[in-house]
Ligand binder design. Structure first.
Ligand code: ADP
Ligand code: ADP
Ligand code: MG
Length: 445
C-alpha cells in the first residue's frame, strides 16, 4: 500500500479520499487554490500545498504545480477524484514519466475510452449496443447525410465533451446547416477538440450505469448498477441503486458493462453509462474512467469501499474479489446537495453558510466539506455535499431520505433540498417511473 498520496481535487471528493486514506494509514497531501485555503480537506489532510489562484486553469488544472507538489512532498501516487484531471490521459502519462502512480486506469485506456467516438467504437467491438449514430463527422455534408439516415431529431455531441456540456439538439436540416460549424467551434473552445459525433436524439429514457472494477489483466467485476435519471441540464441530481429495471434486463446491462471493460483490460474504478428506453432497449453512452460522484450508493448496497479498492489496485495489490463475493443488499438513494436556486433555473448560489446541521441516525451518510461559516467560492461547481440513505427496500429508502432531508438545515445560500423533499413525495417517483425528463414532465420545471 502507498505510504503517501497526493489528492489533486477539492471539496467533498477530496475529503472522501482523505477518509479512506486515513483508515488505511496512508498519509495525504491535498493541493488547493487560494480560494480553498479554509476548506475542510486542507484542514484535515496531513499536508497541503497551494498550487495557484482561484481559477481552475491556474490551480486544479495546473499540471506543473501539481506534479511539483507531489514530488516535493514525496507522494507516491496521485488521486484525481472526479472532474479536473480525472480523465486527462496526458496528465496520467506525465505522472508515469515522473515516477508517480496515477490512481486510475492507464493513459492508453483513458485515451481509447475518453472520447465519445472512441467509446462507441470499443462498444461496437465488444458487442455492446450503442445509440444509432456516427463516428467523428468530417464535415457538414457528412453530417447532413448522417442525419438523413438516422432521422431527426439528432444530437450533436463534442467527442471530447463531458459534465453534461457540449451537446446540441438539432431538429431540422436547416438547424444542422446553421449550427454545425458553431458546434465545432464551441467544442474546440471548451474541450480543445472540434470533433463532433451525432446520435439519434432520444426523447425519453432512463440513465442507468454500471459500476465496474478491474485489475488491468482482464479480471473485471461489477458492483451493481445505478439509476441516475433525475437530471437537470444533463447533470444528475438524484441517484439510486439498484435500478428498478426488471432483473433480466439488469443482468444483461451488467454483463454488457463488464464485457466492455474486459475488452480494454480495464484497471481501477470505472462507470459505463447506458440509455434504457421504454421498450427495454439499452444503448451504451460512454465510459467514465474515474470514481463517480454517485459512487456512494454502490458502496451502501455492497458494503465495499470503492476508494479503498482504487488504492489497492493502483498500489499493486490487485482486485482480490470475484463476482460472487459482491453481495448487494437493500436500496440506496443519493441527493446531490447543490447551492442553487431550483426556482430560478438552478442558478448557482455562492456565499456564506450561516448555519448547517446535517441529518444523522440509522442508514444516513453525509459526504460534505462545508461547515458553519464556510464561504462557498464562486469558482467551482455548486455541489456542497451529498446526502445518502440506505434501507431494506426502495419505499423505505424514500421515506428515510425524506426524513433526512427534512432534518438537514443549511442556512444562507438557496439549496436543492426543498425540491428533493417534493420529489420524495411525487407519486411517479415513488412508483419508480422516472425518465430523464422527469423534472419537466412530472414537476413542471
Ligand atoms: P458523474 O459523472 O461523476 O456523476 P458529472 O458527470 O456531473 O459526475 O461530473 C463530475 C464533475 O466533474 C462535475 O463537477 C463536473 O462539472 C465535472 N466535469 C466532468 N467532466 C468535465 C469536463 N470535461 N470538464 C470539466 N469538468 C468536468
Ligand atoms: P457527458 O460526457 O457530458 O456526461 P453523456 O453522453 O454521458 O455526456 O450525456 C450526458 C447526458 O445527456 C445523459 O445522461 C443524457 O441525459 C443525455 N443524453 C446523452 N445522449 C443522449 C441522446 N442520444 N439522446 C438524448 N439525450 C442524451
Ligand atoms: Mg456522461
Amino acid at each position: 500500500m502507498f505510504k503517501k498520496i497526493l489528492i489533486a481535487n477539492r471539496g467533498e471528493i477530496a475529503l472522501r479520499i482523505i477518509r479512506t486514506a486515513r483508515e488505511l494509514g496512508v498519509k495525504t497531501v491535498v493541493v488547493y487554490s487560494t480560494a480553498d485555503e479554509k476548506s475542510l480537506p486542507v484542514l484535515l489532510a496531513d499536508e497541503s500545498v497551494c498550487v495557484g489562484p482561484p481559477a481552475s486553469n491556474a490551480s486544479y488544472l495546473n499540471i506543473p504545480n501539481i506534479l511539483q507538489a507531489a514530488l516535493m512532498t514525496g507522494a507516491e501516487g496521485i488521486h484525481p477524484g472526479y472532474g479536473f484531471m480525472a480523465e486527462n490521459p496526458d496528465f496520467a502519462e506525465m505522472c508515469r514519466e515522473h515516477g508517480l502512480v496515477f490512481i486510475g486506469p492507464t493513459p492508453e485506456s483513458m485515451r481509447a475510452l475518453g472520447s465519445k467516438a472512441g467509446g462507441r467504437e470499443i462498444a461496437a467491438n465488444s458487442n455492446v449496443p450503442v445509440v444509432p449514430g456516427t463516428g467523428i463527422l468530417p464535415d457538414l455534408d457528412a453530417a447532413v447525410l448522417a442525419a438523413k439516415q438516422i432521422g431527426y431529431p439528432v444530437l450533436l455531441k463534442a467527442s471530447a465533451g463531458g459534465g453534461g456540456r457540449g451537446q446540441k439538439i438539432i431538429r431540422t436540416q436547416d438547424e444542422l446547416k446553421k449550427g454545425f460549424a458553431q458546434a465545432q467551434e464551441e467544442a474546440r473552445l471548451y474541450f480543445s477538440d472540434p470533433d463532433l459525433i451525432m446520435e439519434k436524439f432520444l426523447e425519453e429514457f432512463r440513465h442507468v450505469e454500471v459500476q465496474v472494477m478491474g485489475d488491468g489483466t482482464g479480471h473485471v467485476i461489477h458492483i451493481g448498477e445505478r439509476d441516475c435519471s433525475i437530471q437537470r441540464r444533463n447533470q444528475k441530481l438524484i441517484e439510486e441503486a439498484p435500478s428498478t429495471l426488471p432483473d433480466s434486463l439488469r443482468q444483461e446491462i451488467l454483463a454488457a458493462g463488464v464485457r466492455l471493460a474486459q475488452h480494454v483490460n480495464y484497471a481501477g474504478a470505472g462507470t459505463l453509462e447506458f440509455i434504457v428506453d421504454r421498450d427495454g432497449n439499452y444503448y451504451f453512452m460512454e465510459m467514465n474512467t474515474r470514481i463517480q460522484v454517485e459512487h456512494c450508493v454502490s458502496e451502501m448496497i455492497s458494503g465495499l469501499d470503492l476508494v479503498r479498492m482504487q488504492l489497492e489496485i493502483a498500489s499493486g495489490h490487485g482486485l482480490n474479489m470475484k463476482q460472487e463475493d459482491v453481495v448487494l443488499r437493500g436500496h440506496a438513494i443519493e441527493c446531490r446537495l447543490n447551492a442553487e436556486d431550483p426556482d430560478k433555473d438552478f442558478r448557482p448560489a455562492a456565499g456564506k453558510i450561516d448555519d448547517v446541521h446535517f441529518a444523522g441516525g440509522p442508514g444516513v451518510r453525509v459526504d460534505s466539506h462545508v461547515y458553519t461559516g464556510y464561504v462557498i467560492p464562486p469558482h467551482y461547481d455548486s455541489l456542497i455535499g451529498k446526502l445518502i440513505v440506505h434501507h431494506d427496500n426502495r419505499a423505505e429508502a424514500i421515506a428515510r431520505m425524506k426524513r433526512a432531508l427534512e432534518e438537514t438545515v443549511i442556512q444562507g445560500p438557496k439549496t436543492t433540498i426543498p425540491l428533493y423533499i417534493k420529489i420524495m413525495d411525487n407519486p411517479f417517483y415513488k412508483r419508480g417511473a422516472v425518465m430523464t425528463n422527469f423534472l419537466k414532465t412530472r414537476m413542471d420545471m
